[in-house]
Design a protein around this ligand. Structure first.
Ligand code: ADP
Length: 473
């Protein structure tokens, strides 16, 4: 399906949208390809000519209108997210809230795109630095936050005066359609935002090779990020990328065990463990390891697995067979390498048709295990023990990934020292939910380039233009 130049485009070939909890088809969406992607880029290019000249109150008008329209459908959208993604309904409600908050934030931030006037080195000159919209932006979004990753890209793009062509993940296109329906209803001028649903490779290829697309904003795997980065080189596009992660969660002896356990429940089992900032490795200092492991196991063994639409479910299904197989492979590898599975470790038996994994805790983990370095993207976590602060800094940093990291301690000096040394773009000190709209979200190393969120999220959609006026002409 496509929404191009303010019109919905239907095609014969259809994509089936599956509920991962039940394996049922919950909708069908027509798919488009190369031709429609070119048309969408063309339409965004044409619309940019006038959209870039709009004043901020004009742009804010549409963003605020969309906020109202989305709010009216808050619960409906949350249900839709759970149906196409599987996550527990509470997590979907949170996602809708944060997704709308991004639009609200950028409706405000649009008012604060400032430039500079520089001191001149000659009497007749006036030096001006302006920030202008970068142009047509291509956005590619993942299935794990099918709603908020879209608004997090579209809102700052529109706030700055850019136009957009967006490709959502094929597993979760219905949330994207919802967002576009609201912008359509708000009367956003034709061509300012365009939607293309279809083959990732075909659409992505047109986006990267186009000379008219000036920026790519991507959230997804590191492998695809690298590919898009390479393919964008010929046209030297601006790039923002939020890629994979492998978050350490460090628990020092002086931590409050119950607070640290709550932190794991949130960072590992929230959104069924399928987020890029999920805890991938727990490191517990030896003095507290037994107590912590016991307390965590007690809580994790009580987590309820099932269809996310049931209000009391804590952990939903795995998105698809491929992801399920990858997680099971990591569990098998743990067994082969003499790790101990103290909770879970098997497919969760159910009669709903979906693929579920029991919330799993592994002890006696070692660094040779796949799970020690590979992203898991599921409700499975290994516990490693450590002795000293020095040792843990060395171990917690990852060779390739640098997205999020968590550190629990009641020693202020240690908290500062460790957060200074951790090579991650975002760090929660005694905080498992550091991710808020006003803060920069983004990684370092192979976890990404650039930031989204807050004032930082505008940067990637702006160019800096310097004008020197000689007044003595
Ligand atoms: P995940 O493993 O989380 O699905 P992907 O990186 O495969 O992560 O997917 C994230 C987004 O990138 C989705 O919208 C997907 O369709 C898209 N994508 C996947 N492969 C390509 C590609 N070759 N070119 C452009 N987009 C792609």
């Amino acid at each position: 399906m496509a929404y191009i130049n303010g019109r919905w485009i239907e095609t014969a070939s259809q994509l089936e949208v599956i509920n991962p909890a039940t394996n049922e088809i919950i909708g069908k969406v027509p798919v488009v390809g190369k031709t429609e992607t070119i048309e969408a880029i063309e339409s965004a290019k044409e619309a940019f000519k006038s959209w870039k000249k709009t004043t901020f109150p004009e742009r804010v008008y549409y963003l605020e209108k969309v906020v109202t329209l989305l709010r009216e459908q808050h619960e409906e959208i949350a249900q839709l997210i759970t149906k196409e993604n599987g996550k527990p309904i509470g997590d979907s409600r949170d996602e809708v809230e944060s997704g709308i908050a991004y639009i609200e934030w950028y409706a405000e931030e649009a008012k604060r795109i400032y430039g500079d006037v520089l001191p001149a080195s000659s009497q007749n000159k006036h030096l001006i630095v302006k920030r202008q919209p970068i142009g047509v932006c291509a956005a590619i979004t993942p299935w794990n936050f099918p709603f908020s990753m879209i608004t997090r890209k579209i809102a700052p793009a529109l706030a700055t005066g850019c136009t957009v062509v967006l490709k959502p993940a094929s597993a979760t296109p219905l949330s994207a359609v919802k967002v576009f329906e609201c912008f359509d209803k708000a009367g956003l001028p034709e061509g300012v935002i365009n939607l293309v649903i279809g083959s990732a490779q075909e659409i992505g290829n047109e986006m990267t090779k186009s000379e008219d697309v000036r920026k790519i904003s991507f959230t997804g795997s590191t492998a695809v990020g690298k590919l898009l980065f390479r393919d964008s080189a010929d046209t030297v596009k601006a790039i923002s990328m939020e890629l994979g992660g492998h978050a350490p969660f460090i628990v020092f002896d002086d931590s409050d065990v119950n607070i640290a356990v709550e932190g794991i429940l949130n960072t590992k089992f929230g959104n069924s463990g399928q987020t890029c900032v999920s805890t991938n490795r727990i490191y517990v200092q030896s003095g507290i390891a037994e107590k912590f492991t016991k307390a965590l196991t007690k809580k994790v063994s009580k987590l309820k697995v099932g269809n996310g639409l049931d209000e009391d479910v804590d952990v939903g299904p795995i998105i698809d067979q491929k992801s399920f197989d990858k997680i099971m492979e990591q569990i098998e590898d743990v067994r082969d390498k003499k790790g101990k599975i103290i909770c879970g470790g098997e497919q969760y038996a159910n009669n709903t048709g979906g693929k579920f994994i029991q919330p799993t805790i592994i002890t006696e983990a070692n660094e040779k295990m796949l799970i020690a370095t590979e992203e898991t993207f599921g409700p499975v976590v290994p516990i490693f023990t450590f002795e000293t602060e020095e040792e843990i800094i060395e171990k917690a940093n990852h060779k390739h990934y640098g997205l999020a990291g968590y550190c629990y301690t009641s020693d202020l000096g240690r908290a500062f020292r460790v957060s200074e040394e951790l090579e991650y773009g975002m760090i929660g000190v005694n905080d498992s939910s550091p991710f808020v709209i006003q803060a920069p979200f983004g990684g370092i190393k192979e976890s990404g380039l650039g930031q989204e969120g807050g004032k930082y999220g505008l940067e990637g959609y702006l160019i800096t233009k310097y004008i020197s006026f000689n007044a003595n002409y």
